[in-house]
Design a protein around this ligand. Structure first.
Ligand code: CP
Length: 342
């Protein structure tokens, strides 16, 4: 695998899941594969889970790891070709990228949407330059439009939990054990939830793309105006009534995203209206009551009592921690595939 961006890059999902569970059972099985190989992780934006889980994945495979926070200690980078470089930006990305490629065997990059131009964001202007000029396999660690390491971890988590008939008390917060009857067809709901700031669409885009490819019934719910780009939403049904969408769901995946600008490009990256008016979209016991004792998921970090109430995120059905733990597994599979392609 030379690029990890879309669900299609991982190939057969059943095989990828089997590989994930093989690695989960013995995460050091491929320690020799990465001997004398170096993973470089480039961060243009903050991270906790991606940074730690991807480093751990590289170590699982016996790799060396170099991490660079571009905005802390590196030269400030110019990204536009043709600029007269008289500002505080001392180095151009067009030199920096091939130089980074000299010191490693695979590169992971995190570079969020800037919301300055929908075209630039959706064309993945920064990541495409890494693919073109680094000379190395490139994996996306959340870009302007996708977060495939997260979506793969989400799929692994759904696969692990979908047939559970007993939900144990939450290991951190307690609660009562619940018995549940899994649905014949697993129903997964992606729900928009309110947030004070404009957030990118990378997580919901990838989640939608991966769920559309998975063997589940997938429904998206959000207020009007937040329609995801059809490249990712595909033919997934959109239900504007959140309560109706939640009925009999097995998994609730909450996330905020700003306006994707599909119908009104001028609204791209905006929070539509006052988010306080959407307080009833916060995932609470009210909505969870109509589900099939659904598991609650979120990629984290999450704003409590904005996206989800304390009660829901602390319930035995909340699987946000195992979901985050599976980031190590998804990253190990991806790095393994990249090492095999060198
Ligand atoms: N979910 C996720 O990517 O977390 P970080 O932003 O902390 O890496």
């Amino acid at each position: 695998m030379k690029v990890f961006q879309h669900v299609s890059d991982i190939g057969d999902l059943r095989k990828a899941l089997d590989e994930a569970f093989e690695i989960k059972a013995d995460r050091y099985k491929y320690q020799q594969l990465g001997k004398n190989k170096t993973a470089m992780l480039i961060f243009f934006n903050n991270s906790l889970r991606t940074r730690l889980s991807t480093q751990k994945a590289a170590l699982n495979l016996g790799m060396n790891v170099i991490v660079l926070d571009v905005n802390q200690g590196a030269w400030k980078l110019e990204t536009e070709r043709g600029m007269i470089m008289e500002s505080d930006k001392s180095e151009h990305l067009l030199e920096a990228i091939p130089v980074m490629g000299c010191y490693c065997d695979v590169i992971g990059v995190r570079s969020f949407a800037t919301f300055e131009s929908r075209k630039d964001d959706y064309e993945e202007k920064i990541l495409q330059q890494f693919i073109k000029y680094s000379g190395r396999p490139v994996f996306f660690m959340e870009s302007a439009t996708v977060h495939p390491l997260q979506a793969f971890a989400d799929l692994i988590t759904i696969e692990e939990y979908k047939n559970k008939t007993l939900i144990e008390p939450n290991p951190l917060f307690g609660g009562k054990a619940i018995s549940r009857t899994p649905s014949k067809r697993t129903k997964v709901v992606l729900t928009w939830a309110p947030h004070p700031k404009a957030l990118p669409q990378a997580v919901p885009n990838s989640f939608a793309e991966w769920m559309n490819a998975a063997d589940v019934d997938f429904v998206i719910t959000h207020p009007k105006g937040y329609e995801l780009d059809p490249e990712f939403a595909g033919n997934a049904p959109v239900e504007y009534d959140q309560m109706k969408a939640f009925e009999n769901a097995d998994f609730i995946y909450a996330k905020n995203w700003s306006c994707p600008g599909v119908t009104l490009p001028e609204d791209y990256g905006k929070v539509l209206g006052d988010y306080h008016e959407f307080a009833d979209w916060t995932v609470s016991d009210r909505q969870m009551a109509v589900t099939n004792n659904a598991f609650f998921m979120h990629c984290l970090p999450v704003r409590r009592n904005m996206i989800v109430t304390d009660n829901v995120i602390e319930a035995p059905t909340s699987i946000v921690i195992p979901e985050a733990a599976n980031r190590e597994i998804s990253a190990t599979v991806v790095l393994k595939r990249m090492l095999e392609s060198l």
